[in-house]
Design a binder for this molecule. Structure first.
Ligand SMILES: [Mg+2]
Length: 177
């Protein structure tokens, strides 16, 4: 019997690693943000599935290759003891190919929900952009935004300064269920 599991959906750039307006794909420029491995361990320990959902349209735009992105993900996994359960990425860009997977589309989330038999009602999305919050809200996933770049009409339920703070909120809220 499959038991439903809670999940923390994680945007990548600006949540796990420092965002770079010119795309983040060089390993030498892939800076993991402070406290990220510890936050991921704490969430994992509490029983959350950890699923990264990331738009990587630089692949379709031929700015970098899928392999370059994968090397960044291997580096990240190595830095956090491989606690991330899966990376969902959308390589497409509207100027090249439309895709339901590209956030604010919900398809990457739906794939994770099916694969890991996720309990949406106990799950969270941590992101830093409007396009992270929209699909999560559409699916009934609780939202936390990092920083202040989400458009006011789409503001998340909670705001945190970092993934470390977001993880504390999630774990605290779980205790209060
Ligand atoms: Mg981001």
């Amino acid at each position: 019997m499959n038991q439903l599991r809670p999940c923390v959906f994680l945007d990548r750039d600006g949540v796990l690693n420092r965002d770079n307006p010119r795309y983040t794909y060089r390993l030498s420029a892939f800076d993991i943000l402070p406290g990220v491995p510890e936050a991921l361990y704490a969430l994992k320990e509490a029983g959350f599935v950890l699923a990264v959902v990331t738009n990587q349209s630089g692949i379709a735009q031929k700015i970098y290759t899928q392999r370059q992105m994968e090397l960044c993900h291997i580096y990240l996994q190595d830095a956090c003891e491989h606690v991330i359960d899966h990376f969902y990425f959308c390589p497409y860009h509207p100027s090249v190919t439309q895709s339901l997977a590209r956030k604010p589309g919900t398809l990457m989330f739906e794939k994770a929900i099916a694969k890991f038999t996720i309990d949406i009602s106990r799950s969270w999305m941590v992101g830093d952009r409007t396009r992270d919050i929209i699909p999560a809200r559409q699916l009934g996933i609780k939202t936390i935004q990092i920083g202040d770049e989400v458009e006011p009409e789409h503001r998340a339920e909670h705001t945190a300064a970092s993934l470390a703070e977001a993880a504390r909120m999630i774990l605290h809220s779980r205790l209060n269920l």
